[in-house]
Design a protein around this ligand. Structure first.
Ligand SMILES: NC(=O)C1=CN([C@@H]2O[C@H](COP(=O)(O)OP(=O)(O)OC[C@H]3O[C@@H](n4cnc5c(N)ncnc54)[C@H](OP(=O)(O)O)[C@@H]3O)[C@@H](O)[C@H]2O)[C@@H](O)CC1
Ligand SMILES: Nc1ncnc2c1ncn2[C@@H]1O[C@H](COP(=O)(O)OP(=O)(O)O)[C@@H](O)[C@H]1O
Ligand SMILES: [K+]
Length: 504
């Protein structure tokens, strides 16, 4: 699905209203009702006693008024408060009129902010996508008051004070929500680690925005879901043989890190590749042959690190990096690979650190190479970022400049493309924050590239399947108990889910 800016979200509202020939008040009623239903599905009146709804002067506040009315009607003990303002939005005013007699709107004042009991439910409807500047004065004081309260906070659409598309100044207050319930689509702000403490757990509720608008709006940001992946992974050919599915080469491992080569190899084998050869230093031979017997071992003459690039003719894709270390000889192997490879490349770990330390090598990067840095490795490649938004700008720029696909790994791994698009992944869990998870991703991506999938499809499918394998594995191991080797067992089921079914 697409990720929209705040301005595009407003356009989506307008398009929906026009298409349905309805009104903004009707859309507000629908959006707020979806949010009320989200709460009702989780809490009964005694579990949210009292419920305090804090409203701002715009349509976010209007949503709050609707939620307050509906929860009151559902038997919740509701108190509803509004920030004083010179003017309120028309839909706010309309919904103020609709508050039932037993539910008076109280105006907030700095001198007497309401007491918030520990088991209260707080609905934060102060500001949403219309926030245009940092909060000051009473609005800031109310946010600080909410943040000091021990209560559970549900933010409507956005935690108040957070900008939808950019960083806010460090000192400006933002609500720290336990849950943020947003309408239809996730916002960019939810996907960035720097906002996690404000957003809490985020959810989207459908509100029936115009399908046509959402399908056609121009954007370069996407949230990768199964709909976006449909049709990208073909079913296996009935008469396919191992030659059909490519021959991958992995250049991986050094003394003490042969495990990284094993993990990448196992992942590559589980991702449908026809044949796999693994080049490790000599120290890896027995280990690899024992732990990944399906792979062919092609040992380097050097005992402890990679020192020579093998003949590349047999291979349809090459992955380099897991566990390789940064020896001068290994740098030479990387340089030779970049100069001579005529097949797709996937670069990870110390292959990236070698690129970062020797930027002249970046000029040799073949187009459509996939790079898989975590944020620290990315910093070595592209320089330090001021914040998560700036890092995305650097990512776009880096991919454009080097005509590569860069997988910036994290909780919502972000794939940057040479065309300037950003794709945020939707699968995976914190159980995957464990050594070797990245090596598994390299194996998957190398396998998909070896099977002749285009770089974009391979990257999108591989990143999603890697996270999905983590989610499937965690059902058995729990998150804390998950280790990278567990991921490999579930790559097959994850890819199967994504495979285009044979239709009649
Ligand atoms: N499709 C959807 O998603 C739907 C969205 N809907 C809802 O609409 C919400 C967006 O509503 P919105 O545009 O009225 O903006 P909102 O966030 O209420 O704030 C604007 C008000 O705040 C004020 N203001 C701004 N910054 C300020 C500051 N720092 N300090 C003080 N004041 C400040 C600003 O004043 P101004 O900047 O004009 O001076 C204006 O009065 C959206 O988040 C969602 O909840 C649903 O109802 C329907 C479907
Ligand atoms: N909190 C998380 N949620 C989802 N995925 C995660 C999370 N933490 C880590 N991962 C994934 O695990 C992998 C870790 O890779 P990396 O940091 O390179 O590990 P290693 O170098 O140990 O193999 C990445 O693909 C990343 O997206
Ligand atoms: K809000």
């Amino acid at each position: 699905m697409r990720i929209l800016t705040a301005a595009q979200t407003r356009q989506a509202d307008q398009a929906t209203i026009q298409e349905e020939n309805s009104s903004s008040a009707a859309l507000m009623e629908r959006a707020a009702t979806a949010l009320t239903e989200w709460i009702l599905a989780r809490l009964s009146p005694p579990e949210a006693d009292p419920t305090l709804v804090f409203c701002g002067p715009g349509n976010n506040g209007g949503d709050g008024l609707v939620v307050a009315r509906q929860l009151h009607q559902a038997g919740f003990t509701v108190q509803v408060f509004a920030l004083p303002a010179e003017g309120y939005s028309p839909d706010f005013d309309a919904n103020r009129q609709r508050l039932p007699a037993g539910l008076a709107l109280q105006t907030l004042s700095a001198a007497a902010l309401p007491v918030i009991a520990p088991d209260a439910l707080v609905v934060d409807a102060l500001f949403g996508t219309g926030l245009s500047r940092p909060l000051t004065g009473l609005a800031a004081a109310v946010v600080q008051h909410l943040n000091q309260a021990p209560a559970r906070v549900v933010a409507v659409d956005m935690p108040s004070g957070l900008l939808a598309d950019a960083s806010q100044p460090a000192a400006s207050p933002v609500v720290r929500a336990r849950h943020t319930v947003s309408f239809e689509l996730p916002k960019l702000a939810f996907l960035l680690p720097q906002n996690a403490a404000y957003v809490g757990r985020w959810h989207t509720v459908p509100i029936g925005l115009s399908r046509q608008f959402l399908a056609e709006v121009e954007t370069n940001m996407y949230f990768t879901d199964t709909a976006l992946l449909a049709g990208r992974l073909p079913a296996r050919d009935q008469f396919g043989h191992k030659g059909t599915y490519g021959h991958a080469l992995l250049l991986a491992g050094s003394r003490g890190k042969i495990g990284a080569a094993v993990l990448a190899a196992q992942a590559c084998l589980r991702s449908g590749v026809g044949l796999l050869t693994v080049r490790t230093p000599a120290v890896g031979y027995d280990i690899l042959q024992t732990s990944a017997p399906e792979a062919m071992a092609l040992t380097d003459p050097a005992p402890d690190f990679l020192s020579e690039l093998p003949e590349l003719t047999p291979y349809s894709a090459v992955g380099m990096g897991p566990g390789i270390d940064k020896a001068e000889e290994t740098k030479h192997v990387l340089e030779q690979l970049l100069r001579h490879a005529k097949v797709p490349l996937v670069l990870d770990a110390d292959a990236l650190n070698l690129l970062g330390a020797n930027p002249e090598l970046l000029q040799l990067l073949p187009a459509d190479t996939i790079l898989t840095p975590h944020p620290k490795e990315f910093e070595r490649l592209a320089g330090p970022a001021r914040d998560d938004y700036h890092r995305l700008e650097l990512l776009r720029e880096f991919c454009r400049l080097h005509r590569c696909y860069t997988v910036l790994k994290g909780a919502h791994t972000c794939l940057g493309t040479p065309a300037g698009e950003l794709y945020f992944n939707s699968t995976g869990n914190p159980g995957m924050a464990t050594g070797g998870s990245g090596d598994v991703l390299t194996g998957i991506l190398t396998a998909l590239r070896a099977q002749h999938l285009p770089a974009l499809d391979a990257a999108l499918l591989g990143i999603y399947a890697h996270g999905r394998a983590g989610d499937l594995a965690a059902r058995h191991t729990g998150q804390a108990g998950l280790i990278a080797g567990d991921l490999t067992r579930f790559i097959g089921p994850a890819l199967q889910e994504l495979t285009t079914p044979d239709t009649f």
